[in-house]
Design a protein around this ligand. Structure first.
Ligand SMILES: CC(C)(COP(=O)(O)OP(=O)(O)OC[C@H]1O[C@@H](n2cnc3c(N)ncnc32)[C@H](O)[C@@H]1OP(=O)(O)O)[C@@H](O)C(=O)NCCC(=O)NCCS
Length: 333
């Protein structure tokens, strides 16, 4: 018989609140086309993007995360000191170590909260929701702050026409805490490292240090294989998340997929047979692809605009570099 005291968590977990931050500067397709051979029409038709936001040069990943986190914590009705763990999903915090999360916890007044960054690219936010829900239920934290934040403009080659029009900056945050009823469904997640180099930095830090020819580690992407994978492999994952939650697609209030590309969203809507009454996130139009930030940015906008109701069910799915993916149904805060 073990003499250890078992960890005791809450019966269930829920998203208590959401907050977001959009940088001030709007970058139009015309501006993007100053450095690549493209057009406003091509970008709109192929990606759905009309404009995106870029952070100011001095504005950091942690600065943006802080703005989104403060809004989420205030709306959760808790004090920053009630946050037991801070998870920051990002691939654009420019330090390998230390994490953005420890600095964020300090700035918010959440110290000594446990703090770590999650490297799961565009799946990062949904990975964070999965981990936070399990932490709350498992008893290692009562309130977890999950932030998805990117300053991809720092890792963008503005002369690369396969990526320059796509990626952008922003932050979104949720507080996940205890619940008496289930409000975060089972997560369906996974990875496919065989496609490790489909979306990857142009060089490693070591190559950049050691070679005069190495390029800044901006992101590069094999657009077509990623597109095919997203369309054909991710709809079944989304369906599995619905099945695991025990609901039908028609029970949803909202479908909030990662804002990768409007054509990917359209294809998923078709394959999942999402009915007209389900509101589909289309934040990509004026936000671009903000990787880990895209789902909470869209969620906050849809709730704030009154397009979707608090308490309704939303299907979330994040997918991208790794390749990595995660999906879950949640009750909206
Ligand atoms: C990037 C993406 C929009 C490119 O669209 P695409 O239809 O696959 O484009 P292709 O690479 O096949 O190129 C089609 C044509 O457009 C041209 N083209 C490529 N990029 C262009 C650009 N930025 N502007 C104008 N023309 C462009 C190509 O040269 C090609 O011309 P051709 O037919 O004369 O040879 C698309 O592949 C995509 O969305 N991929 C997934 C990206 C994504 O979601 N990534 C994030 C996942 S988290």
């Amino acid at each position: 018989m073990s003499r250890l005291t078992p960890a005791v968590g809450a019966p269930h977990a829920r998203i208590l609140s959401v907050g977001s931050y959009r940088p001030e500067r709007v970058v139009t397709n015309e501006e993007i086309c100053r450095t690549i051979d493209s057009s406003d029409q091509w970008i709109r038709e192929r990606s759905g993007i009309v404009s995106r936001r870029f952070a100011a040069p001095e504005e950091s990943v942690t600065d943006m995360a802080e703005q989104a986190a403060r809004a989420a914590i205030e709306r959760a009705g808790i004090a920053a000191s009630d946050v037991d763990a801070v998870l920051v999903a990002t691939v654009s915090h420019p330090y390998q170590t230390p994490s953005s999360a420890t600095l964020l916890a300090h700035r918010l007044g959440s110290t000594p909260a446990a703090a770590l960054d999650i490297s799961a690219a565009c799946a990062g936010f949904s990975y964070g929701v999965a981990l936070a829900a399990d932490m709350v239920r498992g008893g290692s934290a009562r309130h977890v702050l999950v932030v998805g934040v990117e300053k991809l403009s720092d890792f963008l080659d503005l002369h690369d026409r396969s990526t320059a029009f796509l990626f952008a900056d922003g932050a979104g945050a949720v507080v996940i805490g205890p619940s008496d009823t289930p409000a975060i469904g089972p997560t369906v997640w996974g990875s496919d490292g065989a496609q490790w180099d489909a979306i990857v930095n142009k060089s490693s830090w070591l190559e950049y240090r050691d070679s005069d020819h190495a390029q800044w580690p901006a992101l590069k992407m094999e657009g077509q294989p990623v597109f095919r994978w997203a369309v054909w492999a991710m709809s079944p994952v989304a369906q599995k998340a619905l099945d695991a939650a025990g609901i039908a697609v028609g029970d949803l209030e909202a479908f909030i997929p990662h804002q990768a590309n409007a054509r990917i969203i359209d294809a998923m809507v078709k394959q999942l047979r999402v009915p007209d009454h389900v509101v589909v996130a289309r934040d990509i139009v004026d936000s671009g692809n903000t990787s880990a930030a895209s789902i909470p940015l869209a969620m906050d906008r849809m709730l704030s605009a009154g397009e979707i109701r608090s308490g309704g069910l939303a299907l979330l799915i994040g997918f991208g570099a790794g390749l990595a993916y995660a999906a879950q149904v949640v009750e909206l805060p």
